[in-house]
Write a protein that binds this ligand. Structure first.
Ligand SMILES: [Zn+2]
Length: 263
């Protein structure tokens, strides 16, 4: 049995003291595939470097909506487009819309999000999308930018069942974080209502530790708790669900399955 963590910020400073140990714990727990997303050019470059050091780690290159600041120009987009062509970059992310924090600029975020969606389509790569408090604009922009090759993951999904179905209709998969283990989460109901092929598993470490690790720094080995919660909600065997989630990730991101499955 293998586990996939499709969204883990191992490149963040929270892992500077024990990055290799956290990766070793992920492997020891059955980790088969890990994807490290960038949030700006600096972290995207670090993700590419980390992916170069481990055969089961892959990178995403992106621009998080919280990092979109005026003026951002063609230089920044060119730098990201260049990084996106590096070895083992399997997606464009994280990108998206975030209207939670004060002081954001909606138009600026939407403009950058569109640029990144178009970069992904031009490179034929999937996207990894962050969406917080911005669902109407998210669904509108995704419909407007829709194309036969636009596909990806709604990372750390926080919408309701109806939004999940709309996202799937727009070519996206629902990426489930550790919040599925929280008492008032609607994720158990959502994952039970979806085909297994529509789901992915992630930690979003160092954030959002699942129960029973809540309150501590999250790390990729904890994806096992999330996958168990998905299996419980669906009333399906853990092994079936874990292996299927690895397969879903490999298909979406174009990663050879035997590689992630540990042969
Ligand atoms: Zn993230």
């Amino acid at each position: 049995m293998r586990y996939a963590d499709v969204h883990c910020h191992l490149s963040f400073p929270e892992f500077d003291a024990d990055r290799d140990e956290a990766i070793a714990r992920f492997r020891a727990a059955g980790g088969g595939l890990l994807i490290d997303p960038g949030t700006d050019p600096v972290t995207s470059r670090r993700s590419v470097e980390l992916a170069g050091r481990y055969d089961f780690i892959y990178a995403n290159v992106g621009l998080h909506p919280g990092e979109v600041r005026a003026p951002y120009g063609p230089e920044l987009l060119d730098e990201l487009a260049g990084l996106a062509r590096a070895d083992k970059v399997v997606g464009i992310g994280e990108i998206g819309l975030d209207y939670y924090w004060p002081g954001y600029d909606r138009d600026l975020q939407i403009g950058a999000f569109r640029e990144m969606l178009r970069l992904a389509v031009s490179l034929d790569l999937p996207v990894v999308i962050h969406c917080r408090d911005a669902w109407p604009d998210m669904l509108r922009v995704l419909s407007e930018e829709r194309s036969s090759t636009l596909r990806g993951a709604m990372h750390c999904f926080s919408g309701d069942l109806d939004i999940a179905r709309q996202c799937i209709g727009l070519g996206m998969k629902i990426s489930v974080p550790g919040t599925i283990t929280y008492k008032r989460s609607n994720l158990p109901e959502i994952v039970a209502s979806m085909p297994l092929e529509a789901l992915l598993s992630e930690t979003d470490a160092p954030y959002l530790s699942p129960v029973p690790m809540r309150g501590k720094r999250n790390e990729p080995a904890n994806v096992t708790h999330t996958v168990r919660a998905i299996a419980d909600a669906r009333q399906e065997p853990l092994e079936t669900v874990a292996n299927s989630l690895v397969g879903n990730a490999c298909r979406l991101f174009g990663i050879p399955l035997p590689h992630a499955a540990g042969r």
